[in-house]
Ligand binder design. Structure first.
Ligand code: KG4
Ligand code: ZN
Length: 340
């Protein structure tokens, strides 16, 4: 079969976004996402509600992805889907749908690792965005993940560091909750941080060996700090919100950059590619740019719509696997704790 005219549908349902995307020879034709607003009321993702919302969303989202791509389902050469890691109830919806769709169309099924996909999103053809060359270091930072990965090739990756408790996005969201901000709080903390003094308050960085991360201690330190200050001045938060946000952001970005410095030192690799929702953060973007000047890093940040959970990153992996003939069997199962 020629590798020149390949249409693949990708499906993502690992957490709280139902997404579908169509790729044509490495170029994304559609990238549809239904985000679930319901979780905002609860200040975090409720797995049972997520699973139910995926069931409602999946058919219309796939339909829209095909329609926006301007093709009908009989044009598809394969179906790619997120096998894991993620919430089991959510993964099951995408997995079952992908399996039956591929079976019905009699085309190959391709299972995709969500964490690999965050990294391989850098290989989507997109004007104005360069693709990293191998080897490079990938740092995936979001509400669910914090990982540093040494990427030797598309499918030869080693996790060299990860969080032992909360993800970095959770550190943002939980700090926001302490400050009375809405969920998710990352974007607002970032916005306010840009107007505040990053050195107004000091928070101790966690001491974690090697390239691993820990964020739960920081959250507790922020909680105790705020409680103490509010006791002395009930208006402390309102009067100092920008400075508090700037100080929290300064600490978190400091932690990420310290680990990246260590990772580049340990591996001798100077190319760094980031992904995940937190890569939208202005602080991390600036720190990476500074790293280019200071340490000779070459850094890559993907287009925003490919950094948060999305199906375009799933379908680019589907395409790369298709070219290798790497297909799944119909008895493949969702895997909540799938490793890279
Ligand atoms: O990748 P994503 O959309 O979903 C998953 O968690 O998988 O990431 C969402 C996370 C949330 O924790 C949110 O607070 C954080 O990314 N986030 C940010 C920013 N934008 C989103 N954190 C800091 N600064 C931002 N600008
Ligand atoms: Zn993700």
């Amino acid at each position: 079969m020629s590798s020149q005219n390949i249409y693949i549908l990708g499906i993502e349902s690992s957490c709280d976004d139902t997404a579908a995307s169509v790729i044509y020879n490495g170029k994304i034709l559609s990238n549809v996402i239904a985000s679930q607003k319901i979780h905002e009321e609860y200040g975090g993702v409720v797995p049972e509600l997520a699973s139910r919302a995926h069931q409602q969303n999946i058919v219309p989202v796939v339909h829209q992805a095909l329609e926006k791509a301007g093709i009908t389902k009989d044009k598809l050469h394969a179906i790619a889907f997120t096998r894991g890691p993620g919430l089991m109830g959510s993964l099951l919806v995408g997995t079952s749908f992908a399996k039956s769709f591929a079976y019905g169309l009699n085309i190959p099924l391709i299972d995709v690792n969500h964490m690999q996909a965050h990294i391989l999103a850098h290989f989507i053809d997109e004007e104005g965005f360069n693709k990293p060359s191998f080897p490079f270091i990938a740092m995936t930072i979001s509400g669910g993940h914090t990982q540093i990965v040494e990427v030797k090739n598309h499918f030869d990756m080693t996790v060299i560091g990860e969080t032992i408790d909360d993800a970095v996005g959770e550190a943002y969201d939980k700090s926001g909750k302490i400050l009375g901000l809405g969920y998710p709080a990352g974007p607002e903390i970032d916005k306010r941080a840009q107007k505040g003094n990053p050195k107004a308050y000091q928070f101790t960085k966690p001491k974690v060996d090697g390239l691993n991360f820990s964020f739960s201690g920081l959250k507790t330190a922020i909680l105790y700090f705020v409680q103490r200050e509010v006791k002395a001045n009930p208006n402390f938060i309102e009067e100092n919100l920008n400075d508090i946000c700037a100080s929290i952001q300064y600490t978190i970005i400091g932690i990420l950059i310290d680990k990246l410095k260590l990772a580049t030192k340990q591996t001798g690799i100077k190319q760094i590619a980031i992904g995940g929702g937190v890569s939208a953060n202005s602080g991390i973007r600036q720190a990476l740019k500074d790293g280019e000047q200071k340490f000779g890093w070459i850094t890559y940040v993907p287009k925003f719509e490919f950094t948060t959970d999305n199906a375009a990153m799933i379908v680019i992996v589907g395409y790369l696997k298709y070219l290798k003939g790497d297909f799944s069997e119909q008895n493949v199962t969702a895997s909540a704790r799938l490793k890279i």
